[in-house]
Design a binder for this molecule. Structure first.
Ligand code: NAP
Length: 334
């Protein structure tokens, strides 16, 4: 059957301006890091993507290495773009990144011009696209001059292979430097993609202020701490959960008894707000106007449905915020 997008798809989504740019992003975006690779079911992938788009999620986030196997998430996304999504390309914001290991040898990772240009060319082929909307430097490179990495991003925009550029995992200080270089080159830094959730708040220590002051958008990744901040692990470790899977970075050891108890208490706070823990975790990020969009992952349509409900209540009382601060136990995840 030919896919036709839901006519009401824009009715319930909130769109927020990305920094000082002209681009609006949906308050909820979908990332394809896990559950969209060659090890996953294409039918579930298809269902999740179509459901998202039908509900106003216009932004899909990829990277060269998403899979496993690396590259396969872009290939799967390309397949759906070429078929179901073909008439809707101009209604979508598609991003990809390069920075982590993609191929052997000295040109297969980090931030050289050599690597970034080659990697984006490969990504475009895998997704069967002429251009992406946003291209990111996925991580800062301690050995390549920042000027080289930023001038590669500038070149990519001038070549028409990306409309906007962003950075990910850069510190507050690195962000300031990168933004200044890009501004001088004439290609503004659109967006920063940092890890940010109730259990990992490093961005509150300077980065968010830099983003606010410089007019750069912010799209937090792993907003649910890879699933910890949901109902997934409140009782046990489900067989189909990210912790139970052999690939990925979320490990059993993370779920200590102390942390599980904290998650149970956070879940109670969420229940008192009439929200699931996942919904409260998304809403908690959106309470800050500097956060443009929350970048969730998902393994089923029901999870995306659940997370979309977060948008109906993103206000917190001082008391709730204090209680959440006292209950969250920090965790560092990859
Ligand atoms: N720039 C970077 O360095 C970087 C790094 C990491 C991620 N990212 C981006 O951020 C995106 C999101 O990261 P993430 O997948 O770690 O995000 P996340 O939203 O913190 O975790 C997603 C996982 O949480 C669970 N989940 C989601 N909604 C749920 C719900 N309503 N109820 C119960 N469980 C729910 C699912 O786990 P199960 O699979 O167990 O069902 C899902 O796979 C990635 O896809 C990628 O685009 C970027």
């Amino acid at each position: 059957m030919i896919y036709k997008a839901d006519e009401n798809r824009y009715n319930n989504m909130i769109y927020r301006r990305c920094g000082h740019s002209g681009l609006l992003l949906p308050a909820l975006s979908l990332g394809l890091w896990h559950n969209f690779g060659s090890v996953d079911k294409l039918e579930t992938i298809r269902e999740m993507l179509l459901f998202s788009f039908d509900n106003g999620i216009t932004h899909f986030d990829l990277a060269n290495n998403y899979g496993p196997i690396p590259g396969s998430a872009e290939e799967n996304f390309g397949r759906i773009l070429a078929n179901e999504f073909k008439p809707y390309r101009d209604e979508m914001v598609i991003s990809t990144k390069a920075g982590y290991l993609m191929w052997p040898g000295p040109y297969g990772e980090w931030g050289s011009k050599k690597y970034l240009i080659a990697s984006l060319n490969q990504s475009l082929k895998r997704m069967r696209l002429d251009y992406v909307d946003i291209f990111y430097s996925h991580r800062p490179d301690p050995d390549t001059p920042l000027e080289e990495t930023m001038s590669a991003l500038d070149l990519i925009v001038r070549q028409g292979k990306a409309l906007y550029v962003g950075i990910s995992n850069y510190s507050a200080e690195q962000t300031q430097k990168a933004e200044s270089i890009l501004r001088e080159l004439g290609t503004p830094c659109l967006i920063h993609q940092p890890r940010y959730n109730m259990l990992d708040r490093w961005v509150e220590n300077g980065l968010l202020d830099v983003l606010g002051k410089r007019g750069i958008g912010c799209i937090p990744f792993s907003p649910l701490a890879q699933g910890l901040l949901t109902n997934r692990y409140l009782n046990n470790i489900p067989d189909d959960s990210r912790i139970a899977k052999p690939h990925g970075f979320l490990k059993k050891e993370t779920l200590t008894e102390q942390r599980q108890n904290a998650l149970i208490r956070l879940n109670e706070i969420a229940s008192n707000r009439g929200q699931s823990l996942a919904q409260m975790s998304v809403a908690w990020l959106l309470k800050d106007p500097r956060v443009t969009s929350v970048l969730i992952g998902a393994s089923s349509v029901n999870q995306i449905k659940d997370n979309l409900q977060a948008l109906s209540n993103i206000h917190f009382s001082e008391e709730e915020l204090k209680l959440i601060d006292e209950t969250s136990i920090p965790v560092k995840l990859a």
